[in-house]
Ligand binder design. Structure first.
Ligand code: FNR
Length: 378
C-alpha cells in the first residue's frame, strides 16, 4: 500500500514509494549508475556543499520564479529531463508523464528511446492541451540519440520537427554506453539461474541504457549517440532540423566554448545522471569551471544543468550561479512509477513550493532575477 501522494514532500519520499511500487529489475535500472556510483554520488554531494548567504529585511512579498527555455516562457526554472522507456516504469509510459507536464504547465524533453513514438507522445500532449484549454504554456522538446546512418538520422530529425517538438537536445555524452553495474549484476544472476553464462565486453553492458523494454514498440531507434559523431556533424544536423539545438552532456569549459563557436543555442551541463563516465564532474563543477574560464558562455548561450538536483534549494543554487534552468530526472520517474501523472504534478508542487516558500522567504534576496545577479559564493 503506497502512501497518499500528498504525503510525498521530498524526493526521498517519492524514491521510497517508487522502490516499493516497481519490480526490482526496473528499480535497479532507474536508480542505477555507472561503476561504483561515484559520479552519481558527486552529483548529489556537490549541490549540498554550497551554502546560502541569507539577506534579511528585503521585500519578498512577491516572488517571480519564471524564466524561459529557448524562448518559451515557463513559470518554473526546471523541466522534466529526457528519460527513455517510461513504459518500464508505468503502463501509461510517456503519455502519462506528458499529461502531468501539460496540467502543470511544465516543459519536458522527450527521449529518442521512448516507449511510444514521437507522434504518439505529441498526440497525447495535444489531447491534454485541449482538455486544459489554451492555458498551459507547456512545450515539448526532443532528445536526439543520433543514428549512425545519416539517412535514418535525417528522417528521425524531420519526424520530430513535423510532430511539433520545439528544440533538439542532442545527447553527446553517450558514444559508448556506461557500465551500469547493478544492471549487469542482475543480468548475470538471471543468466546463471537459467544455466547460461553471459559474456560481458568492456564498455558495452549487455543491454544498454534503455534496453529493458524495446523503444518505440521495438522500432528501429538508437539508445546511444552514433560513436562516429564529431563537431562537424552539427552542420547537417542543423540543416535538417532548422531550429534550436542544445548539446546535452557538456562536461568542461573547452567544450562549452566549442558549442558557442559552433552556434548552438544552448548547452546542458550533465554527466547523464552519473550513468555514463565513472568519476565525471558534476554539473556544478562544470558550471563553476565555465564561470571561471569562459564566463562569456553564460551570456551568449542558454546554459542548463542536470544531475542530482533534488529540491528547490538545489534549483535555486543553480539559477543563482547562472543556469538558465534545471533538468530534473529521477525524481520525476520515481513520482511516475508510484502515482502516474498525479505524481508528476505533485513532484512539481513539492519543488516549487520549496523554492517559493521554504528558501526564498526565509533566506534569500528579493526576487529570483535579483538574486541571479547578486549571488556570491561562500
Ligand atoms: C536517463 N537519461 C537519459 N538521457 C538521454 O539523453 N536520453 C535518455 O534516453 C535517457 N534515459 C535515461 C533513463 C533513466 C532511467 C535515467 C535515470 C536517466 C539521463 C537524464 O536525461 C538526465 O541527464 C539525468 O537523469 C539527470 O540526473 P538526475 O536528475 O536523474 O539525477
Amino acid at each position: 500500500e503506497l502512501p497518499h501522494p500528498s504525503l510525498c514532500v521530498t524526493t526521498g519520499d517519492f524514491e521510497a514509494a517508487a522502490k516499493s511500487a516497481l519490480p526490482h529489475r526496473f528499480w535497479t535500472y532507474v536508480s542505477g549508475s555507472a561503476n561504483s556510483g561515484l559520479s552519481l554520488k558527486g552529483n548529489l554531494d556537490d549541490w549540498a556543499r554550497i551554502r546560502f548567504r541569507p539577506r534579511v529585511l528585503r521585500n519578498v512579498g512577491t516572488v517571480d520564479m519564471g524564466g524561459s527555455i529557448l524562448g518559451h516562457k515557463t513559470q518554473f526554472p526546471f523541466y522534466v529531463s529526457a528519460m527513455g522507456t517510461m513504459g518500464n516504469i508505468h503502463p501509461g509510459a510517456e503519455p502519462e508523464t506528458v499529461r502531468g507536464i501539460v496540467r502543470k504547465g511544465l516543459h519536458g524533453v522527450i527521449s529518442t528511446a521512448s516507449t511510444k513514438t514521437p507522434d504518439e507522445i505529441m498526440d497525447s500532449y495535444r489531447r491534454e492541451q485541449s482538455q486544459v484549454g489554451d492555458a498551459s504554456p507547456s512545450v515539448l522538446f526532443f532528445q536526439l540519440y543520433l543514428p549512425t546512418d545519416r539517412e535514418k538520422a535525417v528522417a528521425l530529425i524531420k519526424r520530430a520537427k513535423a510532430a511539433g517538438y520545439q528544440g533538439i537536445w542532442l545527447t553527446v555524452d553517450t558514444p559508448l554506453l556506461g557500465k551500469r553495474t547493478a544492471d549487469r549484476r542482475l543480468q548475470a544472476i538471471e543468466a546463471l539461474s537459467m544455466g547460461l553464462e553471459q559474456e560481458q565486453t568492456p564498455n558495452r553492458p549487455i543491454g544498454g541504457e534503455n534496453s529493458l523494454a524495446p523503444a518505440f514498440g521495438g522500432r528501429d531507434v538508437p539508445g546511444q549517440l552514433s560513436p562516429h559523431t564529431t563537431w562537424e556533424d552539427l552542420k547537417w544536423i542543423r540543416d535538417a532540423w532548422q531550429g534550436p539545438i542544445v548539446l546535452k552532456g557538456i562536461q568542461c569549459a573547452d567544450d562549452a566554448k566549442l558549442a558557442m563557436e559552433h552556434g548552438c543555442e544552448g548547452i546542458l551541463l550533465s554527466n547523464h545522471g552519473g550513468r555514463q563516465l565513472h568519476t565525471a564532474p558534476s554539473a556544478l563543477m562544470t558550471l563553476l569551471e565555465i564561470r571561471t574560464y569562459c564566463p562569456e558562455v553564460l551570456d551568449k548561450l542558454e546554459v542548463y544543468v542536470d544531475g542530482g538536483l533534488r529540491d528547490g534549494a538545489d534549483v535555486l543554487k543553480a539559477i543563482c550561479l547562472g543556469a538558465t534552468a534545471v533538468g530534473v530526472g529521477r525524481p520525476y520517474l520515481y513520482a511516475l512509477a508510484a502515482y502516474g501523472s498525479r505524481g508528476i504534478e505533485r513532484c512539481t508542487d513539492s519543488k516549487s513550493s520549496m523554492l517559493r516558500f521554504g528558501v526564498l522567504r526565509v533566506t534569500l534576496l528579493t526576487t529570483f532575477k535579483y538574486c541571479r545577479k547578486n549571488w556570491r559564493l561562500l
